[in-house]
Design a protein around this ligand. Structure first.
Ligand code: ADP
Length: 664
């Protein structure tokens, strides 16, 4: 596998290497030619035909070349310097001295290039540190190179020793000026398009600035006595103006233009001062421009970064789905994003008076950061549930807090709906369980109760001969048989209802039904000293209903009422069973003087298995309600009555559902 990859990748790598090497070679050759040509064009006022001139722009090319190629470029630099000595200066010193000097130059600038590469160059000089470092490095290296070069030519006898200092000064200022006026520009080469476009957008101002430089040059060299160069400082004005406007590229371009202008002037005018003197003046100008330019570029970059990050943050805040506010130390809203303005209607508040409490009345921003759920208030007075998060802002932010507010109305509503749905589902589940249970119980009890009925009937027959002696036995057995029948019937109806929802409709005589139920409780009421009042309107038409189911319901309600009133002293035990009829429905109301429904039970009263009784199953009310609903009726609870006890109301349609359907 590895070998296969190698086999495929090797030719590609090889080809790339060849391509890279060809490119490097091309660059080296271009450098060599450019070096020789630049050296030739800047060979001004040399010291004794040596390569000691006060203006050496080719050194900038050398530094740029070494930055690109690294130390590998050293031999090429030495070759370029040596070639120039031969071609342009005609070997002004012995070959070994010039070769040594060329190697010295190459070594010096290679060292500087290595350091500059570590510093992250090549890149635009847009930081003050970079500019200072570059200037210091260049001045130091150039000085070392100058001293070495001059020493070698002095040793070789090509330069008298007494001219050494002047030569060093000329060489040094030439190299420094050459590098500082050209090298930083080379760092901007791949940005020339941006510069050109910026220039085209501001042609008038650029023209004015060029005019200002030209005017200053004319004043210095044209108007006054050239020897004095008294007005050289005038050049600072346009150069600083240009630098402030265009940063490092402007600074370098203007000083380069001035440099070229100075050289041309010096060349053409016989009375011109020594170029080396002018070069020292120019050095201060280009250094000032470079350092100032770096500060300007740095500031422009920083402003650009701030503007970008501000724009990004603005976009973030504008598009944020939450309301975002900044709040002053005095609790005033300083700024609000569009969602905050929309949510609260903040624009309705007066401009200078926008307290946070106007929109978040109960807010308390004390800790450095936190979260809270509280009420938000819109400027129209309406309120909504909100969740907020805040954080204290660090200086230099002028606002004290950042507050994020989320309107959770929808979420709350969804939560309530979900809870309601869960409750309904749980209720349905429990009803299903209750139904299953009731059905299973009915099934299991059916057999023994049927047997009980049979045994009671047999007992009645067997006890018949004894009836003459004691009539109570026959009566008691008869009652037992009736109750057993009723129990069997209740079980059967329950089973039918929960299995198939079967409702058996029949004509029910309401007063007879009520009498029979009350009679069934007679003995219990008496034993517990309970006063039960039954109120049934006289001429009450028959009700169409499942009588057994109705009996089950009323039976349950009365059992509960009896349990409740038994908790009261014996003289305060009252139950009222009232029947009322309207055009649409018949109502049975069971009211008691008990303590009322316990608080923890009240809101889930009709749910199965909810009970506060030791022996209760919590099925009575649940089953009763489901039976009544199956008949189109309902069972309701009304807390508090005349005795502050409980009140349960059974509602049944006056006519059967079929009859109602037929009428409508
Ligand atoms: P159980 O009687 O087996 O507890 P129910 O469904 O009939 O089951 O009643 C459920 C609960 O409702 C009772 O445990 C009781 O707490 C309450 N309750 C019902 N009726 C009354 C009433 N008349 N007074 C006070 N509490 C009542």
């Amino acid at each position: 596998m590895n070998r296969a990859v190698l086999a495929i990748s090797s030719p590609i790598t090889l080809w790339q290497r060849i391509r890279d090497e060809r490119r490097d070679l091309l660059i080296a050759v271009v450098y060599l030619i450019a070096y020789v040509l630049t050296d030739a064009s800047s060979y001004v006022q040399p010291v004794l035909r040596l390569d000691i001139t006060p203006w050496n722009p080719e050194t900038a090319l050398t530094l740029a070349f070494l930055l690109m190629s690294g130390p590998r470029g050293l031999p090429m630099v030495a070759l370029a310097a040596f070639t120039a000595e031969g071609l342009i200066h005609g070997m002004p010193a012995p070959w070994w001295a010039l070769l040594g000097a060329s190697l010295w130059i190459a070594c010096g600038y290679t060292g500087l290039a290595v350091i500059l590469r570590r510093w992250g160059l090549p890149r635009p000089i847009n930081a003050n540190n970079t500019a200072v470092g570059l200037a210091a490095g260049v001045m130091l290296t150039s000085f070392t190179v100058a001293v070495g070069y001059v020493t070698l030519v002095v040793i070789s006898g090509a330069l008298p020793r007494q001219r050494a200092l002047g030569a060093i000064a000329s060489y040094w200022v030439g190299d420094v000026n050459g590098i500082l006026t050209l090298f930083p520009l080379l760092m901007y080469v791949n940005r020339w398009r941006d510069g050109w476009q910026a220039l085209r957008r501001h042609v008038p101002i650029a023209a004015l600035q060029i005019g200002a430089v030209a005017l200053a040059m004319w004043i210095i060299f044209g108007l006054t006595q050239i020897e004095q160069v008294r007005f050289f400082y005038l050049l600072f004005v346009p150069v600083i103006w240009i630098t402030l406007r265009w940063g490092v590229p402007g600074a370098i371009l203007s000083t380069l233009a001035i440099q070229i202008g100075v050289i041309i002037t010096v060349q053409r005018d016989a009375h011109a001062p020594a170029l080396v003197d002018l070069q020292f003046l120019l050095l201060t100008l280009s250094l000032t421009a470079l350092l100032l330019g770096a500060v300007v570029s740095e500031r422009a970059d920083a402003l650009q970064r701030v503007a970008t990050s501000e724009a990004e943050q603005r976009a973030l805040l504008t598009t944020a789905p939450d309301a975002v506010l900044t709040v002053s130390a005095r609790g005033q809203i300083r700024s609000a994003n569009s969602e905050a303005r929309r949510l609260f209607g903040i624009d309705q508040l007066p401009q200078g008076e926008r307290p946070l409490r106007a929109v978040l009345p109960s807010v308390q921003l004390q800790s450095p950061q936190g979260r809270a759920a509280l009420e938000g208030r819109r400027t129209d007075g309406s309120a909504f549930p909100a969740e907020i998060a805040w954080a204290r802002l660090e200086p230099p932010a002028t606002a004290e807090y950042l507050v994020i507010v989320r309107d959770v109305t929808e979420r709350r509503r969804a939560e309530i709906q979900l809870r309601e749905r869960e409750r309904v589902l749980a209720g349905a589940m429990r009803f299903a369980v209750a139904g299953e249970l009731a059905s299973a119980l009915a099934h299991e009890l059916n057999q023994p109760i049927t047997a009980l009925v049979s045994y009671l009937q047999a007992s009645e027959i067997l006890a018949a001969p004894l009836a003459a002696q004691d009539a109570r036995l026959a009566r008691t057995l008869d009652k037992a048989a009736q109750e057993a029948h009723r129990a069997a019937e209740v079980l059967r109806r329950l089973r039918d209802f929960y299995r198939n929802g079967t409702v058996k409709r029949e004509q029910v005589q309401v007063s007879a039904l009520c009498d029979s139920i009350v009679t069934a409780f007679e003995e219990r009421l008496e034993r517990n000293a309970i006063l039960l009042t039954l109120q049934v309107p006289a001429a009450l038409p028959d009700l169409e209903s499942d009588v057994t189911q109705l009996e089950i319901v009323l039976h349950n309600l009365l059992v509960n009422a009896i349990d409740a009133v038994c908790q009261q002293p014996r003289d305060r035990r009252r139950i009222d069973l009232t029947v009322e009829r309207s055009a649409r429905e018949v109502t049975f109301r069971v009211e008691d003087s008990g303590p009322g429904v316990a608080e923890d039970v009240a809101d889930k009263l009709f749910e199965p298995f909810v009970t506060d009784k030791v022996d209760g199953m919590g099925l009575g009310l649940a089953i009763s309600q489901s039976l009544l609903r199956g008949q189109g009726g309902d069972l309701l609870f009304e807390p508090g009555n005349k005795w502050r006890g409980a009140c349960f109301t059974v509602r049944l349609p006056a006519a059967s559902r079929a009859a109602v359907d037929a009428r409508t």
